[in-house]
Design a protein around this ligand. Structure first.
Ligand SMILES: *Cc1c(COP(=O)(O)O)cnc(C)c1O
Length: 374
């Protein structure tokens, strides 16, 4: 059977590992595993969600809502925009990346992504015949290499993926940098092309900043958000996007109609209204991140990157381990960390950890000191 060339040539996406896999492979008890691999919320979902889902269970013989009006209103309120500027994804924010490709990409179009960054962009864009044009992050200064992004933009550029805070480096892109990029991708502002600039704010809450204000100045922005991180709903697969009314309208024409299940819908609605839960998740997350950063900074054999997110990247060039080896050492001891070898733009000497509860953080640090003899 002959499949499409784009499918034949696709690099598989390497996700973070699950507790089930590690329990089986290393013979550790699932309940004892500490997961620092996938940037989830370690405190669980909003306590109101369980009851809301239980209340909805009797209705799952019915199709979900398709226009999601109430949920769009809530996302609009939370983001300080209008409901017509919101689109909701039912396989998380990942579904909206796919919808962006379906809406905009013709085979041969280019997209720009500074490396290292989230690998799912190219995983979803390549099947549509889109061609990556890589720019870079400067790992020495932990800042965006703005010139590399500006130089990567040409007449064929259709989309850019700018992740801020960036996964896996944790650094932010400034609004001056974003404006320079937006000007070059906007013919009405003297740019060389008309491209959509995707600003991936999957982790914006942890940075206490966002870029919604730029929507008043530029039409070609798509802000990508998710309920998988601070909102504690990674297993329910809910994402949303914010853009101009026009772009949102085109995307709705092609988006899967029923992809957000009834249970995900009720979980999303309940969580976004639970201001107390969201504020506590952010506050505790930042506290955990700063604690981990301070403690890891004291270790002599590694370099930890300052992060505005709920994870941080660790450089282990001087430890004698590769990321695959050190990840194995952690897993043997019941801790899941993310080997970053599969991230383009990083060599095999980086791993990433995400925040946990303070108690788990302390256990993790103990194990890390043991592995590194610190
Ligand atoms: C987690 C993540 C997403 C999307 O997550 P979903 O679970 O699909 O909503 C998007 N971008 C980045 C950078 C992420 O880390």
């Amino acid at each position: 059977m002959k499949v499409r060339k784009e499918v034949e040539e696709l690099d598989p996406y390497v996700p973070g590992r699950s507790k089930e896999e590690i329990a089986q492979e290393f013979g550790v008890k699932k309940e004892d595993i500490i997961k620092l691999g996938s940037n989830e919320n370690p405190w669980g979902p909003s306590p109101k969600v369980k009851e809301a889902i239980e209340g909805e269970l009797a209705n799952i013989n019915r199709y979900p809502e398709s226009d999601l009006e109430e949920l769009k209103k809530e996302f609009a309120r939370y983001s300080h925009v209008k409901p017509e500027q919101i689109i909701v994804g039912g396989d998380g924010a990942d579904e909206l990346i796919d919808t962006l490709a379906k809406t905009f990409i013709e085979p041969g179009d280019e997209f720009v992504v500074p490396l290292p960054s989230y690998m799912y962009y190219e995983f979803l864009f390549k099947p549509y015949g889109a061609i990556p044009n890589y720019a870079k992050w400067n790992l020495e200064t932990n800042t965006l290499d703005l010139d590399s992004v500006l130089n990567a933009i040409n007449e064929k550029t259709k989309m850019l993926f700018l992740c801020t805070p960036n996964n896996p480096t944790g650094a932010l892109i400034s609004q001056d940098e974003l404006r320079a990029i937006l000007d070059k991708t906007n013919k009405s502002k003297g740019g060389v092309c008309d491209a959509v600039v995707v600003i991936d704010e999957a982790y914006f809450e942890y940075s206490l900043t966002n870029n919604v204000n730029l929507l008043d100045e530029y039409e070609n922005i798509f802000i990508l958000r998710t309920m998988s991180k601070v909102m504690g709903l990674a297993g329910m697969r809910i994402g949303y996007g914010i853009s101009s009314k026009e772009i949102i309208e085109f995307m709705h024409r092609i988006k899967p109609v029923f992809s957000l299940t009834k249970l995900s819908y009720i979980a999303a609605l309940t969580t976004i209204k639970d201001t107390e839960y969201i504020e506590k998740s952010i506050k505790d997350g930042i506290e955990s991140r700063d604690f981990l950063y301070d403690e890891i900074s004291k270790m002599k054999s590694v370099k930890v990157y300052k992060s505005y997110s709920n994870f941080m990247l660790i450089d282990i060039h001087d430890t004698g381990y590769t990321a695959a080896e050190i990840t194995r050492e952690f897993m043997k001891r019941g801790m899941i960390v993310r080997d970053c070898t599969s991230f383009k733009g990083l060599d095999e000497y980086y791993f990433r950890i995400s925040i946990c509860t303070l108690e788990e953080d302390k256990k993790f640090l103990e194990v890390m000191r043991e592995i590194l003899n610190e």
